[in-house]
Design a protein around this ligand. Structure first.
Ligand code: GDG
Length: 538
C-alpha cells in the first residue's frame, strides 16, 4: 500500500461542489475503483482512518456525498475487516456521507493484478516514457480474475435496481463489459486517468483486443484530452471490426454505442485558495520559507515517486543550471517532495535509489557548507501542508515525461502566491490549458536549465500577470465543472438510450411509452432536463 495520511482533513469545511451536482434521478450511483478512499489502520495507538495521497479521492468524495452513493474498492488497511458487515459494507458512515463496500482480494491476487499487470504492464504501456512494459501471463490472469471479482460485487450491490456505475481508471478496463453482461440495465461510465497512447504503442500488448472489448462495455468513456480520445478511437479502428463514428465521437459495437469524450479533471480551486489565505496557513507558509530557504528563492516540486514524473531529468537540469549559471548558487533552494509510491514494483525501488544518488551528486558538486541545492522530502505530507508549501514557494516545477493531466500544477495555481512562477512540462495534459506557464521539455536538459534561469529572473509584473491569468483558467474550469460535465453527459446518454425506445422496432417489441420507462426506474423528464452535454467539445 502507498503511504496514507491520517484523516484530519475530514474536519475541513464541506466543499461547495455539493451545490453543483445534479442528482441522478431514480438511479443509484456506484463508483468503482481499485484504490479505496479511506482505510482503517491499526497501530500501537489504536485504529485511525487514513486517506491515500490521491487527487481522485478529493475529486470524487463530494460527488459521492451529493449522490449518497456507494463506493466499491479493494480493502487496503490492516483493520479494514473489523469495520464491515458480512457483505463488506463499512458500518457507520453517516459522518462520511456516502457508503463504502470493501472487497478483500487475496494478497497474491492483488500483487499480480495491481503490482503486476496494472503497474508493470498497463502503466508503462500507456505512458510514452521509454520504460518497457512487461506482459506476464500470470499477471494477466490475475487482472481478469480481479476485474471479475469487482464485477460480482457490483452486480450484487445493484441487483435489478436502475443504477449508474462510474468506474475509475486503468486497473478496471475489463469491468464495464463484465458488468454489462450481468446487469444490462446499468448505465456504465468510466474515466481513464492516464494517457491513451497511439495505436503503434498500444499494439505491443498481447491482450489489447480483450482490453478494448472490456472498455466498449461502457456507455460513456472519458479521457482528460481530446487527443487521448482520438488515440483511443484510432486504436479501436485499427484493432477491432466495429464502427467508429468520428463525427459523434463514438464506437458502435454489437448495436451499442460507446460515447468517447474529453473531461479535463481539475481541483477544488475555491477551497484550496481560501484555505491558504487563512492566518494560520500563512504563518505556516512563512515558517517553511524561513526554515528551508532563508533569504533565497524556494523552488518546489511535488509528486509520487514515479519515473513518469521526470524526477531524474529535473535533477539533471538543476545540476546543469548551476554548471551554466554559477552566479545562481546560494540564491535558490530546490525542495523536492516525493511520496513513496508502488514500492512493491522493483522499477520504483530502483528509481528511488537513482534519485537519491542524483541528489547526492548535485549537492556534492555544487553545495556549500551552509547551502544544499536540493533538499529532498521523501515522505507523505498531508494535503493542507502541501498547500502551505505551494504558498511558500517562489516557483513550482512539474517535469513529467508524460502525464494524463497533472493536478499538482493546478493545485499550485490555486494555492500559490500572486507572483509565483509555474514551470510546466509540455507533455502534461495540463499544458493544454495552463498556457501562461513557462513550458519546459524535460528531455532537453540545457534548454530546461535555461528556462529555469529565465523564469527565476522574470520581472515581477510579468509573473503577476501570468499567475492572474492562470488563476482565472483554473477557477473557471474547476473540479466542479468536471463533475457537472460528466454527470450531464451520463444524463445525455440515458436520454439517448431512451430515445432509441421511440423507434418503430421498439414499438413493435411492445414499448408502452415514457410511463413504462419511469416505472422501470429511469425518469424521462429528468433525463431530458439538462441541455446538450459539453462532452466531446474539448
Ligand atoms: C493520475 C495521473 C492525473 C502527491 N504527493 C503528495 C500528495 N500528492 C497529491 C498531489 C495531487 C496528487 O497527489 C497527484 O496527482 P497528479 O495528477 O499530479 O498525478 P498522479 O498521482 O500520477 O495521478 C495524472 C491524475 O491521475 C488525476 O486524473 O492528473 O495524470 O497520472 O493531488 O497533491 N498529496 C499529499 N501528500 C503528498 O506527499 N497530500
Amino acid at each position: 500500500m502507498d503511504s496514507m495520511a491520517s484523516a484530519k482533513d475530514r474536519s475541513l469545511p464541506k466543499s461547495s461542489l455539493l451545490q453543483k451536482v445534479t442528482p441522478l434521478e431514480g438511479r443509484r450511483f456506484v463508483v468503482v475503483s481499485n484504490r479505496a478512499p479511506f482505510a482503517h489502520v491499526r497501530d500501537g495507538a489504536g485504529v485511525t482512518v487514513e486517506k491515500p495521497p490521491s487527487g481522485l479521492t478529493l475529486a470524487l468524495e463530494p460527488m459521492m456525498q451529493a449522490t449518497q452513493g456507494t463506493w466499491i474498492a479493494n480493502a487496503s488497511g490492516n483493520a479494514d475487516h473489523e469495520f464491515v458487515d458480512e457483505r463488506g459494507h463499512v458500518r457507520q458512515t453517516e459522518e462520511i456521507g456516502y457508503h463504502l463496500r470493501r472487497l478483500f482480494l487475496p494478497p497474491r491476487l492483488t500483487e499480480d493484478f495491481y503490482t503486476g499487470f496494472s503497474n508493470s504492464a498497463l502503466w508503462p504501456l500507456c505512458h510514452i516514457a521509454y520504460h518497457q512494459p512487461r506482459f506476464e501471463e500470470r499477471w494477466w490472469r490475475a487482472y481478469v480474475r480481479a476485474n471479475g471479482l469487482f464485477a460480482e460485487a457490483v452486480a450484487d450491490e445493484i441487483g435489478e435496481d436502475p443504477a449508474v456505475v462510474f468506474v475509475q481508471d486503468f486497473q478496471l478496463a475489463l469491468l464495464p463489459a463484465m458488468i454489462r453482461e450481468r446487469r444490462p440495465q446499468a448505465l456504465i461510465a468510466q474515466f481513464w486517468h492516464i494517457p491513451w497512447p497511439n495505436p503503434e504503442a498500444f499494439r505491443v500488448c498481447p491482450w489489447r483486443r480483450e482490453l478494448l472489448h472490456g472498455l466498449l462495455g461502457n456507455d460513456l468513456l472519458g479521457f482528460h484530452l481530446l487527443y487521448h480520445c482520438n488515440n483511443f478511437l484510432d486504436t479501436v479502428d485499427r484493432e477491432l471490426q466495429v464502427r467508429v463514428e468520428r463525427e459523434s465521437h463514438g464506437v458502435m459495437a454489437q448495436d451499442r454505442l460507446t460515447t468517447v469524450a474529453a473531461f479535463p479533471l481539475s481541483v477544488d480551486y475555491a477551497r484550496i485558495h481560501r484555505r491558504v489565505q487563512q492566518p494560520d496557513a500563512r504563518e505556516a507558509a512563512a515558517r517553511l520559507r524561513r526554515q528551508r530557504a532563508q533569504n533565497r528563492k524556494l523552488v518546489l516540486s511535488v509528486e509520487r515517486m514515479d519515473y513518469t514524473k521526470g524526477i531524474l531529468e529535473r535533477i539533471g537540469a538543476i545540476h546543469r543550471l548551476f554548471d551554466r549559471h554559477p552566479e545562481l548558487k546560494e540564491t535558490v533552494s530546490f525542495v523536492h517532495i516525493a511520496t513513496p509510491s508502488r514500492t512493491g514494483v522493483r522499477a520504483y525501488r530502483d528509481y528511488t535509489a537513482a534519485v537519491d544518488r542524483a541528489i547526492l551528486r548535485v549537492n556534492t558538486a555544487h553545495g556549500r557548507p551552509d547551502w544544499q541545492p536540493v533538499q529532498a522530502i521523501h515522505q507523505y505530507v498531508e494535503p493542507e501542508k502541501i498547500w502551505n508549501w505551494y504558498h511558500a514557494a517562489d516557483a513550482v516545477v512539474v517535469s513529467s515525461l508524460h502525464d494524463g493531466m497533472n493536478l499538482v500544477s493546478k493545485e499550485y495555481v490555486a494555492a500559490g502566491r500572486d507572483d509565483g512562477v509555474l514551470f510546466l512540462s509540455e507533455f502534461t495534459g495540463a499544458s493544454r490549458e495552463l498556457r501562461e506557464a513557462v513550458f519546459i521539455n524535460p528531455y532537453a536538459t540545457d534548454a530546461f536549465a535555461d528556462a529555469m534561469a529565465a523564469g527565476l529572473a522574470m520581472p515581477e509584473a510579468e509573473r503577476r500577470e501570468r499567475m492572474r491569468r492562470l488563476r482565472l483558467r483554473v477557477a473557471n474550469a474547476d473540479v466542479g465543472a468536471w463533475v457537472h460535465d460528466i454527470l450531464r453527459a451520463i444524463h445525455q446518454r440515458e436520454f439517448d438510450a431512451q430515445n432509441a425506445l421511440f423507434t418503430p422496432r421498439a414499438r413493435a417489441r411492445g414499448w408502452k411509452g415514457p410511463a413504462a420507462v419511469r416505472a422501470g426506474g429511469g425518469d424521462l423528464e429528468a433525463a431530458a432536463a439538462p441541455g446538450p452535454a459539453r462532452a466531446g467539445s474539448y
